[in-house]
Write a protein that binds this ligand. Structure first.
Ligand code: C2O
Ligand code: CU
Length: 423
């Protein structure tokens, strides 16, 4: 039963050709178009129904990354959509304003489907939230960052010989655009950064040293804005930043080699160690005034105290706790209404992050300001243990699992994933 007033979204997975800077004939996939998909937007408290039609000639899924929702609506590997059919999950959006996203999540081929272009943003709005720059495309701008490699006009997903993390491209697309720039017409601009790349870790900063305010992480706003000049995002992570670009200047948002805490091989062939231009901001000579960033943004939810601690060892680039993903095995059983600590340890020495479906967690015991807001995906440096506090508030379903996994998509496909149910 779908409540009255449900907002319905029609999304169709399609194949086509797109000019990504290498001629008009590049074969790509997208949603309602040939590359990437529309920004889906809903308000906190709003019932939504997604009509996902698969117009491809192979089965896929669409997963709502970062969304709190019943497992059967999650769009993971158990919710395959066959070619020519439509899958219609529905739920009520019940979480703070955030920059979420959607992408395929089929077991064994997520990397390929995302790389071809199936992904888009899913913005949650909260009318009760603070006033921020919010004019879409003017002072509130989605920035979907993907690195790509081309072979002639063909998208090449071949990985380097020494890489087990999959393709590292030598070109960057923002929202599917090569060599992108943004005309800035306001005193401040809010950028919603999404690392939608398969494996590359970016370290964002401006070529001029221009600072910015971090206002939000994966699952919502921070308690208060944090000034910084560089910010690292691993695959799947998001950040909202607000930048005041001086009138008449054109700084370039650039990515420099990330700090992965890994050895030379891991850095070079794992997360990438390149300097790449991402997006030029071209500020007009006169800028319109717009919303300023308030000094306090959002109270963080009280997740309560944990009753269970679980250990997740990232054993290798194909195994968690010594086991590769098995669609028929439930790895963890969580009790609804409880708070847990998940201790995630990178024992493999490789480059990995960790993503948990259904929840936003707090990273315990860190003073990194980029980890002070709600997170659903976090980089786990080699040799380190991160303690993640999360609460499973509702949606018990003993028969449908949620996923947890590394978001370097080749690792996820190769087995660095597990399943939990909430009962
Ligand atoms: Cu963005 Cu389990 O995925
Ligand atoms: Cu990994």
């Amino acid at each position: 039963v779908v409540p009255d007033g449900t907002r319905v979204f029609d999304l169709e997975l399609r194949s086509g050709t797109t000019d990504l800077g290498h001629g008009p004939g590049t074969e790509t996939w997208g949603v309602n178009g040939s590359y990437l998909g529309p920004t889906v937007r809903a308000e906190r408290g709003e019932p939504v129904r997604m009509k996902v039609r698969n117009g491809l000639d192979e089965a896929s899924t669409l997963h709502w990354h970062g969304m709190h929702l019943p497992a059967a609506m999650d769009g993971g590997p158990h919710q395959m959509v066959d070619p020519g059919t439509t899958w219609s999950p529905h739920w009520t959006v019940d979480q703070p304003a955030a920059t979420l996203w959607y992408h395929p999540h089929l077991h064994g081929a997520t990397a390929e489907h995302v790389y071809r272009g199936v992904a888009g943003m899913f913005l949650v709005d909260d009318p009760a939230g603070p006033v921020l720059p919010d004019r879409y495309g003017i002072d509130d701008v989605p920035v979907i960052v993907q690195d790509k490699k081309f072979d002639g006009d063909r998208l090449d997903d071949g990985a380097a010989m020494f890489s087990d993390t999959g393709v590292l491209g030598d070109e960057v697309l923002v929202n599917g655009t090569p060599g992108p720039y943004l005309d800035v017409t306001t005193e401040r601009v809010r950028l919603r950064l999404l690392n939608a790349s398969n494996a590359r870790v970016y370290r964002f900063g401006f070529d001029t040293g221009l600072g910015f305010a971090l206002i939000g992480t994966d699952g919502g706003l921070l308690p208060k804005p944090v000034g910084m000049s560089s910010l690292q995002l691993s695959p799947g992570e998001r950040a909202e930043i607000v930048v005041a670009v001086p009138a008449g200047t054109s700084p370039v948002l650039r990515s420099s080699p990330p700090d992965l805490g890994a050895d030379f091989w891991g850095t070079r062939f794992g997360g990438g160690a390149d300097t790449m231009d991402i997006l030029q901001l071209r500020a007009a000579d006169r800028l319109d005034s717009n919303a300023v960033v308030p000094s306090s943004l959002a109270a963080q939810p009280d997740l309560g105290s944990p009753s269970v601690t679980r250990r997740f060892d990232l054993t290798s680039s194909t195994q968690i706790n010594g086991k590769p993903m098995d669609m028929g095995r439930i790895d963890e059983v969580v009790t609804v209404g409880t708070t847990e600590v998940w201790e995630v340890r990178n024992v493999s020495g490789g480059v990995h992050n960790f993503h948990v479906h259904d929840v936003q967690f707090q990273v315990l015991g860190t003073d990194d300001p980029a980890l002070t807001g709600p997170k659903d995906t976090v980089y786990v440096p080699p040799g380190r243990t991160l303690r993640l506090l999360m609460r499973f508030t509702d949606f018990s379903d003993p028969s449908t699992p949620y996923m947890f996994h590394c978001h370097l998509l080749r690792h996820e496909d190769n087995g660095l994933m597990g399943q939990f149910v909430v009962v």
